[in-house]
Design a protein around this ligand. Sequence first.
Ligand SMILES: [Zn+2]
Length: 495
Amino acid sequence: MEKRHQIPIVVDTWEEESLWVDSFDFIYEQAELQGFRTNKKFTNRFACQNCKNPVFLKALADESRLHGHHYYFSHHKDAVCPWKSDSTTVAEIYAGVEEGRLHLETKRLLAHTLTQLEHWQIIDIDKKFIFSADKLNRAKPDLHAQYKGKDVVFEVQLRSESPKVVMTRQEFYKNKGFQLIWLSATKDNIFVDEDKGFVKQVHKDIAFCNRGNWFIFDAIQAEKSVKKGQLQLIAMVWESYLKLDSKRIKYDWNEYKIDYAQLTYEDGETFYKDFFAINKAHKDRLRDLGRKTLQENIREYRVHNWNEFLKAAKSEWPSLEVDHERKWLKALFKIDYESRELEVKRKILEVVRHYSKQGEQFYQRWSELENKLAKVDSFGVSRNMNLQVVEKVLLILGYDLTSHLNTKNKSHCRAVHNFFDYGSFIPYQSLCLKAIELSPLKDEILADENVLKRLHMPLKMDCEEENKSIHGFLEWFASEPRLKDVELVYEQVEA
Ligand SMILES: [Zn+2]
């Protein structure tokens, strides 16, 4: 008679936990089992996992079982529950029974293996609760052992649980200082999981609480363990590979046959290889490389704005995480952009210098410059600007434009005179005042008698379009980044 007894899981209402019926004869001694059947105080202790109705323990003679009987639970006759039927086609029940069987087998296999190994001592299998120091939390490991006197607990995990289950256990044993090792029986024995890939969600939940590692223990490992006299496991490790040619990191699961002694236990986590540490080293390496190449090459991109800069950065540094590097990137962008702004300012000085030296025929150079700049950002440079005015404005800002009109000759003061003495400059008086305001030599200019004399004359604040456009140019030219080393500029231009 091959009658299936259909309640695979019951709830122990006293302990508020679910138990595999198949494991009852393993967990409980004969006398305890007998108590569940005959002692009134145990009535209603166990309930059907599915319908939550109380169930009672029955026994069927079976000499192959530990206590000579096969124990199973039955509903009361008036209970309504699909688990009451004899149907063997309910996949969930079948999976449940299989899971319970494999869970139990793995646990027994591990216990049987550890008893044959030196340094290992089994403290408990599935029996006692382990309490936390404050007695508020408790957990019951599948197997609690000691290795050279140190506590090690094993959890056989065969189904996907909410990540909270994994995290709570991790936390609990971390606080107790017990090394926790999660075991899977094979790579693909996870029950009730819709994910068909061999690395199931439960593996990932466990692995990423243990530096990217999960472990397998099965009959082959058991046999090897006994042969070698050391517990053998398969470590599945999420690994990080540095690909220098593509400047990226690749990831994959890898399988290692290991000894228990090769495991590291640190900060509540058990691992063979520390994925996070290795990955961080790779990321740091890529970051150093990324920063270096970006720094070296960014000028060639000649970016005009932040967005273009980010695109260039990403092509030089494919693994770049913008949020992590934002501060550094902003700084480099500023340096790069400003260095090119300075280049433009130098170029402008050079053109104006030629203009003031050679006169009108060099106006063409200005026009060419305006053409070039129009393609990027004009910076307020316009074709029709009065270059004589621009020249005086730059003199007021303190730039040397000719060898005989340098700051030693107070050219910055003499430039002011033009805006009061000559008719063609008078419409630009407000520009002159602004230039004085922005000039680093302001104090000196305003202390000059000849300048003061002129500033006391009534102002003519004409406001022509051209005047306004030079205002914009002046503000940009005088703003950061400023050309500070005027002498250097001078030498460059002369050369
Ligand atoms: Zn039921």
